[in-house]
Ligand binder design. Sequence first.
Ligand SMILES: [Fe+2]
Ligand SMILES: [Fe+2]
Length: 364
Amino acid sequence: MADIMPPDMLADVPPTPAGLLSNREKDRLIERGFLGLYRWYTARSQETRNWNADLSFDWRGMRKDTPDEIMTVLTGFFAVEQYAPDFTSNLVHLVRRSHGRSHFQMRWGSEEEKHADAWENAVLFSRQRSPEWIEEYKERLKAQTWELPFPDAIHNMVYTVFQERATQLNYLNMMKIAQGKSEKPHLKDYADPVLAKVAQTIAVDEAAHYNFFLEGVRMYLYYYPERTLKAIKAVISDFAMPAGHLIPDWEKFYETVYRVGIYGPRDFSRDVVQVAFRNLGIESRKALETGLRKTREVPDFEGKNFRTSIIWDTFDYGAIEGDIRRLHIKIQDYEKTVGFDQIDPTEFVENPEVPRKTEPATED
Ligand SMILES: [Fe+2]
Ligand SMILES: [Fe+2]
């Protein structure tokens, strides 16, 4: 894959008006934020989520009569997570110039790798698929390569926010079924505590991934609102779960997760898009589309300030600024425990483009 330079790393043309941050400064601030967040994330990951795919679960205690539908679901989860090396290598390469992001992607990959092994163990210990079947299935999966869904860093990061949330939701709903809490009558009597623990453990990782990427998208939204909102719109207008097109029996998997009440289009709009939107200060898909349409209608040259004010009206910039401040406080607290604060602290810098109370946004 080509070494794609993220657009945010391009030099400033034309020169930045006085009092505003140049793109180079914005990129530096985002990079520092990512680096601090990545260091905080790694410490937390090791402290609270340091589980092992083989040793953390009572695999021998797994049920040997897992229903067919649940087997289809587990096999699908296993298949998607099998692409962890492709996901990781492609993403690391894409962001290789960013310390915080590329090192994070390796850490992330090491967590996704555990997910692949844990789901494989679940399929194996169910005793419903032979080791030979699993080996052959893996060979079929590995014969294909997962490629990035978008060519640039910002779109892929936005995509990952929605993907991690969707994945977390899939696993949480699997956990509920395995806890005996299915709302479907034919699964009411089914429960498997081992599987419930596996699904829960992995879902906690997915929540941590979602949060990391969410913080990243918030930083982009704060310093580069128009570009980020456009990326969000593009990503959700054509969203599909990763590797679906590579997995041989994807249709069956997709129908099954829907039928057993794990995941479907309604879950995507209600529990993925709406949740992520709330976390990004975006009121609705309609508000996003209207805001972006309005910015297109305004001329780019003389009306630049007006155009900018429309963009800030498209989302709750005050809430996002508060989130970014809190993120920096979290990073600074972490840096104090190490001593970085004495030498090279991560600092929050306000984006001067953000409308202030003394200088209200232009009404449309
Ligand atoms: Fe995962
Ligand atoms: Fe993940």
